[in-house]
Design a protein around this ligand. Structure first.
Ligand SMILES: *Cc1c(COP(=O)(O)O)cnc(C)c1O
Length: 436
């Protein structure tokens, strides 16, 4: 088919800055000829018309082979591949500086697919001890049933890694910043240690480093640049940004692409094309603007909380007092090269330990009933400021006995900053803190 004339423009997207790319994406994607559309269309069809049996057969042969799929793909069935999702995947791979991307129905579907492709029975995973609650539950409740070993360790002390790696370890898994404690893990140091260990191993036995980059977003941190192999996102959070749709993504080297799409085809957790469209036309194009503004407010709120007599401490990578200040400034960098500490913070109320859970409950309930600018809800990374108590809510899957050793304190509160006027957020928090 003849390409429309606009396609002949010779635009080199590499000459443009990432903020511009986030808005325009791949306007000349092979996934869909939309040269005459200002906004890429939603494709909504479960099956695709094939004009011959041979073409159908060819589509099945090519499916999942990244080198063949770089041509215009032969689409067959939504669960295999689909154009709106494909356009989103091209953009996500580009913004994370990775080779390929495969999207999924949710962040958890993305995590379970990445782990499902990388480890099998008899092998084992080494993970940081504090994780998103459902990731922790997946590793500790389900994987032992499949005879997949899981070791937890404190990756903020990277040295400890050496002693914990076993011959059957195939994967290192962590979030940075860690949900919800905001501790950072030095991606470069972990990657270098893993690379050293891998020099002694056969190709098939090599350890893969997987980073859940949901808290930072690609705007604030690109783990592949520091040596991580695979990046995971819950698109439900800041990449979606508006809190309307769920999704997940795995950004991975070419060599894993085939298994990831085959896994998705057979396990079935595909991202719906309508959700892909929302991330493509609302989420990514506004990511930089949202992050810049949410981050500014996060710093103001963090400074306010830090100076408040009812607050014990505040963990926000943008604060001068942040325990891993130097690492934060080295690792969390925007596309423009500026320090980008993100929009989420964690703080601990100054109350007696025995009374802490009760005080958090009172504070959070007051906010739920009286605050207009702050909403009590799980999830994060939306244009609305959200508050929650990790210890009793999102992280209750972690064992109670050593939650504190993992940085989760009974008096802890997680705050995800939105786009409201920062004066209002501070006034609502101030009124809440006066209640305890
Ligand atoms: C929310 C979240 C997930 C899971 O994503 P869903 O889209 O809810 O499945 C995984 N990791 C982190 C860090 C998250 O915040």
């Amino acid at each position: 088919m003849e390409k429309s004339p606009a396609r002949k423009r010779r635009v080199k997207k590499g000459d443009y800055r990432m903020r511009t790319h986030l808005i325009h994406g791949n306007y000349d994607s092979d996934r869909w000829d939309y040269d005459h559309h200002v906004i890429p269309p939603i494709s909504s069809t479960t099956a695709f018309r094939l004009n011959s049996a041979q073409r159908g057969a060819q589509g099945f042969i090519e499916f999942g082979h990244e080198e063949l799929m770089r041509k215009v793909p032969i689409y067959i069935y939504d669960r295999l591949d689909e154009p709106t999702r494909g356009m989103l995947e091209e953009n996500l791979a580009y913004v994370e500086e990775g080779e390929t991307c495969v999207t999924f129905a949710t962040g958890m579907a993305a995590i379970s697919a990445a782990l499902g492709v990388l480890v099998t029975s008899g092998q084992s995973i080494l993970a940081h001890q504090t994780l998103y609650g459902c990731t922790y539950s997946l590793l500790s409740n389900w994987y032992p049933r499949y005879n997949i070993g899981v070791d937890f360790c404190d990756l903020t002390r990277v040295e400890s890694l050496q002693n914990l790696i076993r011959p059957e370890t195939r994967l290192i898994y962590f979030e940075t910043p860690v949900n919800p404690t905001m501790q950072l893990i030095d991606i470069g140091r972990v990657a270098r240690m893993v690379a050293d260990i891998n020099t002694e191993r056969k190709e098939a036995d090599r350890i893969v480093t997987v980073v859940d980059n949901t808290f930072a977003t690609p705007y604030c941190q690109r783990p592949i640049r520091y040596g991580a192999d695979i990046v995971i996102h819950s698109l439900t959070k800041d990449i979606g940004g508006f809190g309307t749709d769920m999704g997940g993504a795995v950004i991975a080297p070419r060599k894993f692409f085939n298994h990831l799409v085959l896994y998705r085809k057979d396990f079935g957790g595909v991202l719906a094309s309508r959700n892909a469209w929302a991330f493509l036309v609302y989420g990514l194009p506004t990511l930089a603007t949202r992050m810049v503004n949410q981050q500014k407010t996060a710093l103001k709120v963090a400074e306010f909380l830090e100076s408040h007599p009812k607050v014990e401490r505040v963990l926000y990578p943008g604060l001068e007092s942040f325990p891993q200040r130097d690492l934060a400034r080295r690792q969390m960098i925007s596309y423009e090269g500026k320090f980008a500490p993100g929009s989420i913070l964690y703080f601990v109320l100054k109350v007696a330990k025995t009374n802490a859970e009760h005080a958090v409950e009172r504070f959070v309930n007051y906010i739920a009933e009286n605050a207009y600018s702050i909403t009590l809800a799980v999830s994060l990374g939306q244009i609305k400021t959200l508050i929650e108590s990790p210890n009793s809510m999102t992280h209750s899957a972690l064992p109670e006995s050593d939650r504190e050793a993992r940085g989760l304190e009974p008096g802890g509160v997680r705050l995800s900053i939105g786009l409201e006027d920062w004066h209002d957020i501070i006034e609502d928090l101030s009124a809440g803190l006066n209640q305890i």
